[in-house]
Design a protein around this ligand. Sequence first.
Ligand code: NAD
Length: 357
Amino acid sequence: MIESRSFVFPGIRSRVVFGSGTLAQVASEMERLGRRNALVLTTPQQHAQGEALTARIGGAAKATVFPGATMHTPVDVTRRAVDAFNDSGADCVIALGGGSSIGLGKAIAVRTGADQIAIPTTYAGSEMTDILGETENGEKITRRDPAILPETVIYDVDLSMTLPKGMTISSGMNSIAHAAEALYASDRNPILSMMAAEAIKSFAAALPAIVANPADQQGRAAALYGAWLSGATLGGTSMALHHKLCHTLGGSFDTPHAETHAILLPHTVGFNAEAVGDLLQPISDALGGATPGKALHRFAVRFDAPTKLQDIGLSEADLDQAAAIAVKSPYFNPRPFDQAAIRALLQDAWMGREPPV
Ligand code: NAD
């Protein structure tokens, strides 16, 4: 039954091309935007894939590769990429890769007005949001702006087949985190809640299939579909405690993005389930019965996802500092908290304990 509260549905604002072999449509999607000269953005690890993409674009259009994208969108990398954009005479960017490549595309777009085509190869979901987090002088600053949202997103299941098993699980948990927080967001709405529940269900089916066989096309398609839905819920709502804590750990302690989400998720969801267990029921339904935090923890353990903050380089003293930073500025969370509560949550996550709820 629908919740009795008013809501705003912000719409789904990007064009999405989804399937297997859809990369073949990149030139026609560029043409559709009226663009003829692309700067292709990749990480150094996906440089060769970027070069192969420029060969596909060929014909009447042109493309060059900037292979310098990196985690957390450092502003000095963006400056060099904007120079490359201007020097090449590009009229659009094509970001090929995970959140790092897509973040760089957004950073260029917001400075130049360039159209963006995003081609995601992880499940991080950045392609569906108007959110950009950038780092400079050790500080991560996040902003929202309609100009940040990519015009076109091409999901090609074939490109996700090479995502290593560890990254597949962590990135999948990162994606489930967007859906989980959308379920209790202050600006939630029934359409995005439906998409969030469907995303979690998709991952619950996909991840076991991919672990059993990383080349399982059906499993990979279900995971990428989940990533699209979750990304849309992240783009359409405001996140709370979980994303705030991940942002604190990533921004101040440089912890790896997807792994940080995977480790914290059972604990933040477990904490909030004490207040809004009814809204989080889709997690228990999808993952098999237990309370939401416990269900996520058991899912993570079953698939060998990282479960301990101590394994990603944090000390117990870091937890004190992280708890202090996390309560510095106020924001919405469905369950009120103080520094002591966050410190206790972080201790559980540091040790990898099963959450109580
Ligand atoms: P990533 O983009 O840094 O990718 C991790 C590594 O995996 C990179 O070396 C990449 O080249 C490689 N890789 C990507 N796809 C692959 C594939 N299919 N096969 C083999 N290797 C592959 O990691 P991520 O977790 O996707 O993104 C993290 C970044 O995205 C962070 O900076 C985070 O802040 C940002 N992010 C932003 C938003 C947003 O809405 N603004 C949302 C989610 C994440």
